[in-house]
Design a protein around this ligand. Structure first.
Ligand SMILES: [Mn+2]
Length: 541
């Protein structure tokens, strides 16, 4: 009933026109995500784990055991925060409920879920108590038990000799510096445990995406791209920043069923756009948009645990000034140059430096900077304008793990030390490309006063950009065998941004042969999207 009415709303609005200004979505209804995705993830882990054990002459007996996420309440109250599954657990089992455990038998490959035994009262307040067979069927696992049966069930299943071995998840998240929590349960002392083997293997599995994972990330990108375009069409001076956030959230939830975002929306306008992580509780997207402001909107929806991370920057009144053009094109040139250079084997630190160099060259061309760009690079001047890293791995988490391999050292230089990965690109990685150029007094003033770097600044011209804020352009790319594909589909060229903001349809109708951006990736993206959508349908059907 609900579904039928939703469908008719969506169909009515989309059939009424393909015109630019009406709110609708060509992406409704969202695709079903097959459980095969998580089965494949488990098979991939098993393959790597068995190879690892075999090559180190270890027994192929034992279980991978993961503990899923637990529900959290707000401080001392009984207010329950909306639960979102822990990402490693989501990767292997796709379970959306809290309080689960999951095991994989290394020997047989059988998968087991352990569900919490819920009190009868649950049925009154929370709804039907699902049977174990429901979880077996829904999540396509070999067997389901209750969490108080872990010890017994694993012992019964175990084929090896001695105490059964459990591979538990313990390892560092190199972005947060937090450690993943190894599974704990009553009776764990009856098992041998291995805390070292699983984390690096499972993390590396997550780094390289399967076709099905790519399809889900593509959908998160599609619905988020469309929502960004929706904001572009509705923005005008006098609005509040949170209204831009609201338009985005509405679009991705109403049409895309995305109940979660990958991260808190950054809706920064004017000078706020130089605050890299604006939008937090102490800076809650509450400024009034002024005519002449730049907006920097960093927003991405999450779909079936997989995320997107997209930033668009544009003037709130829909027309770029010459100064805005200058900074925007510096960042766009860096964005495009990096994408054109990306392929397996390319090092990410080199890509960061490439982006910096292009931005510095453009700022020199615009007379903000003076002197030799290579000398500026030696003095790390790029980090004054782009203090963050060029991009990061993305998937189940916005900052997906695996950016630094065990033992890999973080660069120490300004700018480079903010990089969330220093790796060489691999076929199957999904990584964001997000160069930016900001006028941050806290960095600009010391650099303009420093004896090493003061000579590079044309103070008269720079003065006109104080208070400008910043520009960031962020797309999600996946690396292929010989290049990369841009999964993000928003207007980027100034002429396209202005046209869409002025009411032109998106995508702008152009000849299919015309190189739209990044050397003609549009054709590839379009054909790939169709193929992946078909793949989902086929697998579901
Ligand atoms: Mn990002």
């Amino acid at each position: 009933m609900k579904d039928a009415s939703m469908a008719s709303i969506a169909m009515d609005s989309s059939s009424s026109s393909s015109s630019s200004s009406s709110s609708s979505s060509s992406l409704y209804p969202p695709p079903a995500v097959p459980m095969k995705l998580y089965i494949e993830n488990r098979e991939k882990l098993l393959k790597h784990l068995r190879e690892n054990l075999y090559s180190s002459s270890r027994s192929l007996h034992g279980f991978v055991l993961l503990q899923g996420g637990e529900e959290q309440t707000r401080y001392c109250t009984d207010h329950e925060d909306l639960f979102r599954q822990e990402s490693y657990f989501a990767y292997l089992f796709g379970v959306r409920e809290p309080g689960f455990y999951g095991a994989i038998d290394v020997d047989t490959g059988k998968s087991i879920l352990f569900a919490p035994r819920l009190p009868a009262e649950y049925a009154v307040w929370m709804g039907e108590i699902k049977s174990l067979s429901y979880f077996e069927e829904t999540y396509m696992v070999s067997k389901a038990y209750y969490t108080d049966e872990i010890t017994q069930a694993l012992n019964n299943q175990y084929q090896g000799s001695g105490k059964p071995l459990l591979f538990l998840l313990h390892g560092l998240n190199t972005d947060s510096k937090n450690f993943s929590k190894p599974a704990e349960f009553k009776g764990i002392e009856d098992f041998e445990t291995d805390l070292k083997t699983l984390h690096p293997l499972l993390t590396e599995c997550r780094v390289l995406k399967t076709k099905l994972e790519l399809a889900v990330i593509q959908y998160a990108n599609d619905i988020s791209s469309e929502a960004h375009v929706e904001v572009m069409r509705k923005i005008k001076p006098g609005m509040k920043e949170y209204q831009l956030e609201s338009i985005f959230l509405h679009h991705t939830y109403f049409y895309g069923s995305c109940r979660h975002c990958s991260y808190t929306c950054i809706c920064a306008t004017g000078d706020n756009s130089s605050v890299l992580h604006y939008g937090h509780a102490a800076a809650p997207n509450d400024r009034t948009l002024q005519d002449g402001d730049m907006a920097l909107l960093d927003m991405g929806a999450e779909f079936f645990f997989y995320g997107s991370d997209i930033t668009c920057s544009f003037p709130v009144n829909g027309k770029f000034t010459s100064n805005q053009c200058l900074v925007y094109n510096a960042v766009l040139d860096a964005h495009d140059a990096v994408i054109s250079s990306m392929k397996p084997g390319v090092n990410w630190v080199d890509m960061h430096k490439l982006a910096e160099k292009i931005i510095l060259q453009m700022l020199k061309k615009g007379s903000l900077l003076l002197g030799d760009v290579d000398e500026m690079m030696v003095e790390r001047l790029g980090s004054v304008f782009m203090p963050h890293g060029l991009g990061h791995l993305m998937g189940l988490d916005t900052h997906d793990p695996g950016g630094y391999l065990q033992g890999a050292e973080r660069p120490k230089e300004p700018g480079l030390r903010s990089l969330r990965t220093s790796r060489d690109l691999l076929d199957g990685m999904v990584i964001t490309v997000e160069p930016g150029c900001y006028f941050i007094d806290a960095l600009l003033v010391p650099a303009m006063e420093s004896p090493k770097t003061s000579k590079f600044f044309n103070c008269e011209v720079i003065a006109k950009f104080r208070g400008f804020g910043g520009v960031r352009i962020e797309s999600d790319l996946y690396v292929t065998g010989d290049g990369c594909v841009n999964m993000t589909k928003v207007p980027r060229k100034i002429e396209d941004v202005e046209a869409v903001m002025g009411g032109a349809p998106w995508p702008i109708k152009k000849s299919i042969d015309e190189n739209y951006e990044n050397g003609g990736t549009m054709t590839i993206v379009v054909s790939l999207r169709i193929r992946l959508d078909v793949l989902i349908l086929v697998l579901v059907g």
